[in-house]
Design a binder for this molecule. Structure first.
Ligand code: MTE
Length: 319
């Protein structure tokens, strides 16, 4: 990216009760979030115009980590979403008017089934799961986030990709009025991301529609975003409107912006430095200003699930 100027909690119920619904403790904590949202209280701070409905019928997952979950305040007020500004507090502040309904997703390319789908119909066939994943940003910070979503592999299979489909490409909504950050030329819009078909059909990636058991807030990518826990956070494209099955490797937004800094694979790797900083350690958001950085793990700690995808691949060259 551009460098610019408690307790162990396992379930989203406990988290939402303790960290989300307990507005008083939030206010008492004296935690100052940029943008003056404190005075508005937690609900209006994070969920201004979002229905933020409670999601029902969510299965637990063995893929979840039991590491301490980040506070919802961290997760919803320290964001990267350049469509709403480049500062960490901008997405929370600037996405409040954003309407994530109605929402259509276009599926195209090398697959038997293609077409345009309303978000509700798109998600309905699949079982919602909570996946508590570590997220490691390429900027060397990390969080633990309780996502709610559907396994990407289930969605991919439903569209019956042809054998010619070697990659899956994703695109964010392109609408300068609704996403004013797209007026800036910091990236070539729309935001684009991609995975190999083998990565996309690994059990770990999800299309997330929620956090903490509730619908995704705008700043986190409402109504639907990708989460790929062994890759740097920028692969987790938000506000997805297009998914296409491709014969060849698609160009991603960050790759187009700075090809020597952000590769297509973007696997978390402590041994491969960013040209401008080391990736050996990371700062866990919420651990306090005096906490020392913790070591970054290969594939963000998901090695046993994904290392086989890269057998024979030079991870330094294919970064
Ligand atoms: N998706 C879009 N469309 N635009 C963005 O700027 N930023 C990425 C990713 N997805 C981004 C995006 C980056 S750099 C990160 S680290 C994660 O979103 C941050 O997700 P979070 O704000 O929900 O923690």
């Amino acid at each position: 990216m551009l460098i610019k100027k408690p307790n162990k909690i396992r379930s989203y119920e406990i988290t939402s009760e303790r960290n989300y619904l307990n507005r008083r403790s939030f206010i008492q904590s004296g935690c100052l979030i940029a943008g003056g949202i404190l005075s508005q209280g937690i609900h209006s701070a994070n969920l201004p115009d979002q229905p933020f409905d409670k999601l029902e019928n969510i299965n637990k997952s063995d893929y979840s980590t039991d590491e301490q979950i980040n506070n919802i305040i961290d997760v919803t007020s320290y964001n990267n979403y350049y469509e709403f500004g480049m500062g960490k507090a901008d997405p929370n502040r600037n996405s409040r008017e954003f309407q994530s309904r109605p929402w259509e997703i276009e599926v195209s390319g090398e697959a038997e089934i293609t077409g345009n789908f309303d978000i509700e119909d798109f998600i309905k066939p699949y079982q919602l799961e909570e996946r508590i994943y570590r997220m490691r940003c390429v900027e060397a910070w990390s969080m633990v986030i309780p996502w709610v979503g559907v396994p990407l592999v289930d969605v991919i299979k439903k569209f019956k990709p042809l054998s010619s489909a070697k990659f899956v490409k994703f695109e964010t909504l392109y609408d300068k009025k609704r996403m004013p950050g797209q007026k800036s030329r910091v990236l070539r819009w729309p935001y684009r991301e991609g995975l190999t078909i083998a990565e996309a059909t690994n059990p770990l990636p999800i299309l997330a529609v929620g956090i903490y058991g509730r619908a995704l807030p705008n700043q986190n990518g409402a109504p639907i975003r990708l989460v790929v826990p062994w890759k740097y956070g920028f692969k987790g494209i938000k506000g997805i409107v297009k998914i296409s099955f491709e014969k060849s490797q698609p160009k991603t937004s960050w790759q187009m912006a700075a090809p020597n800094e952000y590769g297509f694979y973007a696997n978390v790797n402590p041994k491969v430095s960013h040209p401008r900083w080391s990736q050996a350690r990371e700062r866990r958001i919420g651990s306090g200003v005096f906490a020392s950085k913790q070591p970054t793990l290969l594939f963000n700690g998901y090695e046993e699930h994904v290392a086989h995808l890269y057998d024979g691949l030079n991870l330094r060259r294919h970064f």
